[in-house]
Structures are given as structure tokens and as C-alpha cells.
Design a protein around this ligand. Sequence first.
Ligand SMILES: [Zn+2]
Ligand SMILES: [Zn+2]
Length: 174
Amino acid sequence: MLIRLESVQESPFRWEETVTVDAAEVDLPELNRLGPVSWQGEVSYADPDYFLTARYEYEQMLACGRCLKEVPSRVRGEIQLLLTLEAPNQSGEVALKEEELGCVQVDEEVEINQFLLEQLALNVPMTPRCGDDCQGLCSECGADLNEGPCGCDRTTVDPRWEALAGLKARLSRD
Ligand SMILES: [Zn+2]
Ligand SMILES: [Zn+2]
């Protein structure tokens, strides 16, 4: 949605819509799919800047980092940004303060969906889990261990640990 800031000076621009976002646009491997994203908000004039507030809600399907099972989760959140047409003040402290306040430099015409996309990416956790006790996949045959043992012998020690154990044994003998 493209907004011309000048038109907001007269009266705030409000919207309420449901958008379909392809997970590929967010481009994170942990994100499988996104349900329809409903969001509503307002851009108002706060001389000389503009204030954007919005609320959003949607469902995201994540891939469990251990077993790859799809994990749905409902997300709700808010966006609050100060949009400014002026170049950011790059002198240290002031620039930092602006960043804390969620100040974004924009052009007279602003594509506001970019702010929503940013949020969608931020809401994808680093390592999604289907549950705290997820057993993951068998390292031998790839079976989902949450569905029961697969019969593989996985008692073999990681070769790196084997080497370390050997070293320890040698050291304790001396
Ligand atoms: Zn899992
Ligand atoms: Zn197995």
C-alpha cells in the first residue's frame, strides 16, 4: 500500500486489510507458510514528522528445528514508527536515539507494507521447536523418533568424543 505523506497532513490515513504474503518474501528457512495477515493502522501527521501505528495478527507455520514437523503458531503484534523525511543525523548519540524511537527515514511516497514484512521476519524464532521434548530425527535412518524407536543402533560414540576419551585415558595413565 503506497501512501503519499502530504495527503496525511489534512487528516490521518487509516487502513484495515488482510494481505496474503508468500513465505518466500520473508525468506527464512524456518518459515514454511503464512496464513492471511490481517492488519490495521493509521498514519498521522506529527509536525514535522509522521507517526505510523498498526496492529497485526496472523498464523505462521514453522518447521521444527529438530524433526522438521510443521508447527503452527498464532502471532499478534504492534508497529510504532516515526517516519521522517529528513536525512538522519549521523552524529553518534542523536542517531542512536532516533533508532531507539523507531525512527525511519522515508520518501514522500511510502510503501507501508515493507514495515509489515520486517515484522514478519522478526517474528520467526531462530530455532522453532514442536515441543520441549522433541526427540528429533534418527541420525542413521532419518525416522521421526517422536513416533517411537526406529531400531537403529545409535550408541556409537561421536568420533570426536572417542578421540577425547582416548586422550583423557592416556593422560590419566601418566
Ligand atoms: Zn520436533
Ligand atoms: Zn533410525
